[in-house]
Design a binder for this molecule. Structure first.
Ligand SMILES: Cc1cc2nc3c(=O)[nH]c(=O)nc-3n(C[C@H](O)[C@H](O)[C@H](O)COP(=O)(O)OP(=O)(O)OC[C@H]3O[C@@H](n4cnc5c(N)ncnc54)[C@H](O)[C@@H]3O)c2cc1C
Length: 320
C-alpha cells in the first residue's frame, strides 16, 4: 500500500497535498497496489482526496496534532504506516514534509529520497526515483531497496489529476506521544500564497537600487496575483524579508511563471529558480547571465519597463 501524507495547514488541504496524492496514485498503479491518504488534525473536505486517486482517506483528529510538531507528526505517520502495512510513504517536499521525512524514515527503518521530481520506475521490489542535484545542473537517479520507502515530492513536479471521486473520511487513532521538544506557539505569515506554492512569482534584485523602490514590484505582483521574492543580497541588506530569498541558500521554487527584475542570474540564484516553467528576465545589461536561462527577456531599465508592463497587464485583465 502507498500511504500519502496530505498536508492541511489550518485545516485546509494544500495544493501540494493534491499533487502528492496524484503522485501516490501513480506509484500505487505502478506497484499494483492501493493509494491511501492520511490527514492529521481537523481538516476540511479531506474526502476530496479521493478525487485524486486515494481509495481511502484516514484522518487522525487528535488535539496533539493541531499545532505542527515534526516529532509528533512523524510518530503518528509511522504508526499509521506500520499498522496499515505501507510499503511506500509519500510526503510533500515542503518545510513540513522536510522536517518530518527524516524522522519518519528512521522510525520505519526506511530508505529516504527527498525532493524527487519525476515519476518513479520499479525494478524488482525496488523503486527508482529522480531528483535534481548540483544546484539543478544534473539529474540523479536513486534506487531505494529498503522494505519500506519514503520519498518527498517537489512542489509542481506533477499536476493534480482527477482519478476518482470523493470518499468518506475514516477517523483513526495513532501514537501522538510528545517529543522532547514542545511547540508552544505558531505564528503564521498572512497574506499572499507562500512562495513554494506560488504559481506566479515576481522577484527583484539589487538592480532595484533601494528598498523604497519596491512599490512597482508590489504593484506588478498585485496585478498578476503573484508572490514576491528577491535575490540573496537584497535579503541580506534587509531590503526585503528573509523569507523572500530564493536560490541555493534560500527557497527553491518551481512556479509556472518567474519574473526576474534587476537580478543578474548568478548560478546560486538560478539554482533555486531554474525549474520554473517560464522565466521572464528584465535587465538593462544585455550580457546579464540570466538571459541564458530566460524564455523571454526584456533589455531595458526596470524603472521604465515595470510600470509599462503593469499597465499592459491591467489593460489585458480589464479587457478579458
Ligand atoms: C555560497 C553562496 C550562496 C549564495 N546563495 C544565493 C542564493 O540563494 N540566492 C541568491 O540570489 N544569491 C545567492 N548568492 C549570491 C549570488 O552569487 C549573487 O551575488 C546574487 O544572486 C546577486 O544578486 P543580484 O542579482 O540581485 O545583484 P547583482 O549581481 O548586483 O545584479 C543586479 C542586476 O541588476 C541589473 N540592473 C541594475 N540596474 C538596473 C535597472 N535600472 N534596470 C534593469 N536592470 C538593472 C544589473 O545589470 C545586474 O544584472 C550566493 C553566493 C554564494 C557565494
Amino acid at each position: 500500500m502507498v500511504l500519502v501524507f496530505a498536508e492541511s495547514p489550518r485545516g485546509n488541504l494544500k495544493k501540494a497535498a493534491f499533487e502528492a496524492v496524484t503522485y501516490g496514485k501513480k506509484v500505487a498503479d505502478l506497484l499494483g497496489t492501493s493509494c491511501i491518504a492520511l490527514t492529521l488534525g481537523s481538516v476540511k473536505d479531506a474526502g476530496e482526496l479521493g478525487r485524486y486517486g486515494a481509495s481511502r482517506v484516514l484522518n487522525v483528529a487528535d488535539a496533539a496534532l493541531s499545532n505542527f510538531d515534526s516529532q509528533v507528526y512523524a510518530a503518528a505517520l509511522a504508526d499509521i504506516a506500520k499498522s496499515n502495512g505501507a510499503s511506500v510513504v509519500i510526503l510533500s517536499h515542503t518545510s513540513t514534509g522536510k522536517s518530518v521525512a527524516g524522522r519518519l524514515a528512521v522510525r520505519l527503518n526506511a530508505g529516504l529520497v527527498s525532493g524527487v521530481n519525476g515519476l518513479p520506475t520499479a525494478s524488482g521490489g525496488n523503486l527508482r526515483v529522480k531528483k535534481s542535484v548540483f544546484s539543478g545542473k544534473a539529474v540523479a537517479e536513486y534506487e531505494i531497496n529498503s522494505a519500506v520507502k519514503v520519498v518527498s515530492l517537489m512542489g509542481n513536479a506533477v499536476k493534480p489529476e482527477a482519478a476518482g471521486s470523493p470518499v468518506p473520511v475514516e477517523n483513526v487513532s495513532a501514537n501522538t506521544s510528545a517529543g522532547r521538544i514542545r511547540v508552544k506557539e505558531v505564528k503564521t505569515q498572512e497574506g499572499r500564497v507562500p512562495l513554494p506554492e506560488a504559481e506566479i512569482v515576481v522577484s527583484a534584485g539589487r538592480g532595484m537600487k533601494d528598498p523604497t523602490n519596491w512599490g512597482i514590484v508590489e504593484e506588478l505582483a498585485e496585478t498578476l496575483g503573484a508572490t514576491t521574492a528577491c535575490s540573496r543580497p537584497v535579503a541580506d541588506s534587509h531590503w526585503r524579508p528573509h523569507h523572500e530569498h530564493v536560490g541555493q541558500t534560500g527557497i527553491a521554487i518551481r512556479p509556472n511563471l518567474y519574473i526576474a527584475i534587476g537580478i543578474s542570474g548568478a548560478i546560486q540564484h538560478l539554482a533555486g529558480v531554474n525549474n520554473s516553467k517560464v522565466i521572464v528576465v528584465i535587465n538593462k545589461d544585455p550580457e546579464a547571465p540570466f538571459f541564458k536561462a530566460a524564455d523571454y527577456g526584456v533589455v531595458g531599465d526596470l524603472f521604465e519597463v515595470i510600470p509599462r508592463l503593469n499597465e499592459a497587464f491591467k489593460k489585458f485583465k480589464a479587457a478579458n
